[in-house]
Design a protein around this ligand. Structure first.
Ligand SMILES: Cc1cc2nc3c(=O)[nH]c(=O)nc-3n(C[C@H](O)[C@H](O)[C@H](O)COP(=O)(O)OP(=O)(O)OC[C@H]3O[C@@H](n4cnc5c(N)ncnc54)[C@H](O)[C@@H]3O)c2cc1C
Length: 511
């Protein structure tokens, strides 16, 4: 964290987008002494962290799993606040309930003894490989955290420079799936641990092995729920922003970033030009290059390796009964998960039998559904939108029916008959609401062959005073990562401002 800039005339910053990446940057910059204006095209802050309240149900439209609370605590601390004064976290136990097509059900539980009992349901002798896998996961996490997360490394070259020979401690020559299979001698566990890739919307078969750091995120630091609904995180951050004097402009889309030489001069929003010394863009990198910057197509074509992560159909159901079998977080596995990964991430087609993520938050919070009712969110991962080969709306609807068939077959009896409220989103809705690239829900895909799980750099190459934040830049998608990203980007700006104030040479990676 960088200390405050001297505050004679506070440097002006425009933040484009009020997703968690933008909120985190705005908060860190305001706390660091900048004068911040935040422009959000929608009527709400939080971006994909969004909520729908209807007929006594309250649906978290976006994220439902909260991990790595220390990253959020650190953000509030930048403003001299305690996160606990703005929102309450509650641990979720068990972490996940896993349902298989053959009827087997097993929980992932943070308690070692209960976890061992669950492992026994899958076969003998699994405790040792399970623990060894978690140790390997911790080693990957510790190494990635030290450099890639904390130092904000943006390229493989920076990674090599930072880690030197220690880079070989990172599991980057194998895929996540191969490393899971060599360490876990059980097909059920392989499916479960492969699906930790859900956290970044990619394929375990194509992601590098070090992405196996994710189980440690969950087992080492816990899995949490924000009391009263995940959206309370956005409310808490908005409150701090207002206390810090950030000027928030909702329903105010930025339509251009005018430039002067190698600098952007501000933003065009609400029909007016707003000058700014620095611009932080929470709109994804490729859409921003295409829509906001006066650059030729060659500028964004070089970014094509940062392909979008998956999109999804998102089904929210209010049902007039409670499905006792469900835990808070549930996974209903594909009968052939390798095929699911291949269909979605290589063939870019809708899967016949996807693995389903199913959330039933009323297990932790009875306020999200009327008495006697359940609140269920269903999210299968599917390909991002390819405009040259768009998916017909009927195909999304047909997939929804396959999903409901699967859930009824795997234990949610007569689900359709109990639906009293339905809300359904396709990738087209996601793209139009958040302007994400191809309707991606986690930013950029993590792919060993395309980008070795690197996302685009935070610093814009063409314009020295423009930074990007959010899921399309390092360290990538998911609530904690984009929140960390906002802090790292603001540190780059604050360091520059300090050097400028000291009369020093201002060097950015673009200069
Ligand atoms: C259904 C779903 C489930 C998810 N589940 C989880 C989960 O369980 N756990 C987890 O950690 N993560 C989850 N994620 C991912 C997580 O929500 C995202 O990675 C994260 O919230 C993205 O934050 P962001 O800042 O990158 O972008 P966004 O949230 O997309 O914010 C970008 C903002 O910029 C605004 N904007 C764009 N263009 C402009 C413009 N020109 N002018 C003004 N404003 C603009 C958009 O309206 C938006 O508000 C999920 C996402 C979805 C959609």
């Amino acid at each position: 964290m960088v200390s405050n800039v001297s505050n004679q005339a506070a440097p002006t910053v425009a933040v484009i987008g009020g997703g968690l990446g933008g909120l985190s940057a705005a908060l860190s910059l305001a706390a660091g002494g900048c004068s911040v204006d935040l422009y959000e095209k929608n009527s709400h802050l939080g971006g994909k962290l969004n909520v729908l309240t209807r007929d006594g149900f309250s649906f978290d439209l976006g994220p439902s799993i909260f991990t790595l609370p220390q990253i959020f605590q650190q953000l509030f601390a930048r403003a001299g606040r305690r996160m606990e004064d703005y929102l309450t976290l509650q641990p979720v136990t068990p972490h996940w309930r896993n349902f298989f097509e053959d009827g087997r059900v097993v929980d992932l539980d943070p308690d070692a003894e209960r976890m061992n009992q669950q492992l026994a349901l899958l076969g003998p002798g699994l405790e040792k490989p399970f623990r060894e896998f978690l140790n390997y996961s911790k080693k990957q996490y510790d190494l990635v955290e030290e450099g890639y997360f904390q130092q904000g490394l943006d390229t493989f070259f920076q990674l090599l420079k930072y880690y030197r020979w220690r880079v070989f401690g990172l599991d980057f020559l194998s895929t996540m799936h191969r490393s899971v299979c060599c360490r876990l001698p059980n097909a059920y566990l392989q499916d479960i641990f492969d699906f930790f890739i859900k956290y970044v919307g990619s394929s375990a078969v194509r992601a590098p092995g070090f992405m196996n750091l994710m189980p440690h995120i969950q087992f080492g630091y816990g899995l949490w729920y924000v009391e009263g609904g995940m959206y309370n995180l956005a409310r808490g951050l908005e409150k701090v922003l207002r206390e810090l004097g950030v000027r928030i402009h909702c329903n105010c889309e930025v339509t251009a970033m005018p430039t002067e030489g190698r600098r952007v001069s501000g933003v065009q929003a609400g029909g007016q030009f707003h000058p700014a010394q620095w611009v932080v863009c929470n709109m994804e990198v490729i859409p921003a290059y295409k829509k906001l910057l006066p650059l030729p197509p060659s500028s964004w074509r070089r970014l094509q390796k940062y392909e979008p992560a998956c999109s999804g159909i998102v089904i929210h159901l209010g049902v007039d009964r409670i499905y006792e079998r469900l835990a808070h977080h549930n996974f209903f596995y594909s009968g052939n998960q390798r095929k699911h990964f291949d269909t979605v991430f290589r063939q870019h087609q809708l899967p016949d039998d996807p693995t389903l993520y199913v959330v039933a938050p009323a297990r932790s919070d009875r306020t999200v559904a009327p008495p006697g009712c359940d609140n269920i969110k269903i999210l299968p991962h599917i390909p991002w939108i390819n405009d040259e080969l768009p998916c017909p709306a009927e195909d999304y609807l047909a997939l929804k029916e396959r999903v409901l068939d699967k859930l009824e077959r795997m234990g949610l009896q007569d689900l359709r008959k109990h639906i009293v409220l339905e809300h359904f989103w396709t990738p087209v809705d996601i793209r139009s609401l958040y302007a994400s690239n191809g309707g991606a829900i986690y930013g950029v895909v993590s792919d060993i062959w395309k980008n070795l799980a690197f996302k685009a750099p935070k610093q814009c190459r063409e314009f020295a005073n423009l930074l990007f934040v959010g899921g399309s830049v390092n360290p990538g998608g998911g609530m904690p990562m984009v929140t960390l990203c906002g802090q790292l980007a603001s540190d780059i700006i604050l360091r520059n401002l300090q050097r400028q104030a000291a009369g020093g040479y201002v060097r950015t990676s673009a200069s």
